[in-house]
Design a binder for this molecule. Structure first.
Ligand code: URA
Length: 221
């Protein structure tokens, strides 16, 4: 991408300069190296992939696994090419997404699109976007652990079909990791908070969220 155009994109999202990831104040992405680097599963035969996507989409749109289906306008499946190297994972649809049936189409979506464009990505061509929850929580409240548990298998199946080369998770949601499905909550690095104390409040919210996920899990055992 032409450097000047990149600068324009960065300006549009309120970033003046590229900063190295090590020094950036951006929320740290958890890089989880799989021990023993598992081999990617074999892709399904070409003719089958489209049918599997379609079957999954219609399953999601008909889903009644959690009570959110009672209050949503429609399920929000995902958007993008069925073979994209990049997968962006959000939390849950908001009001506009619920109305239009597509992830990240409200104000946050416009910022996300601008951020993606800044690194040469576009939902129409080379990035797939999906949420953990496929139904809108009423009033845009946080996803509940039991809703995440009910909906996560759909995202796992989307990942299996897409076979992305990288996944970018945005937001304060529960990630799961490994065969034991251990919840993984991402938060700010303490070193960053020392430099940016104003964000300590957000880290505190993340910690409280982690505690509630833990308590939910402990109570269920
Ligand atoms: N925030 C999300 O996490 N997902 C959306 O689809 C919209 C806003």
């Amino acid at each position: 991408m032409h450097p000047q155009r990149r600068m324009q994109y960065l300006e549009a999202i309120g970033i003046d300069l590229w900063v190295s990831r090590r020094d950036s104040g951006a929320r740290a992405a958890a890089t989880v190296a799989a021990s023993g680097s598992a081999a990617a599963p074999d892709p399904p035969p070409p003719g089958e992939t489209a049918a599997r996507w379609e079957a999954l989409r219609s399953e999601v749109l008909r889903c009644t696994r959690c009570p959110l289906h009672l209050t949503r306008t429609q399920g929000v499946f995902g958007v993008g090419p069925s073979r994209a190297d990049w997968l962006v994972i959000g939390e849950a649809p908001g009001a506009e997404e619920d109305r239009r049936g597509e992830p990240f189409v409200g104000a946050a979506g416009q910022l996300l699109d601008a951020m993606l464009r800044a690194i040469g990505l576009d939902r129409g061509t080379n990035v797939y976007i999906a949420n953990v929850l496929k139904s809108r929580p009423p009033g845009n409240r946080d996803p509940r652990p039991e809703e995440v548990a009910a909906c996560l298998p759909y995202l796992v199946r989307q990942i299996a079909l897409l076979q992305p080369k990288i996944m970018l998770a945005v937001g304060r949601m529960v990630h799961r990791f490994g065969e034991l499905n251990t919840p993984l909550v991402v938060t700010y690095h303490p070193a960053y908070l020392l430099r940016t104390p104003a964000d300590k409040r957000k880290a505190w919210e993340d910690l409280k969220f982690a505690r509630s996920v833990y308590q939910q899990r402990a109570n269920a055992q």
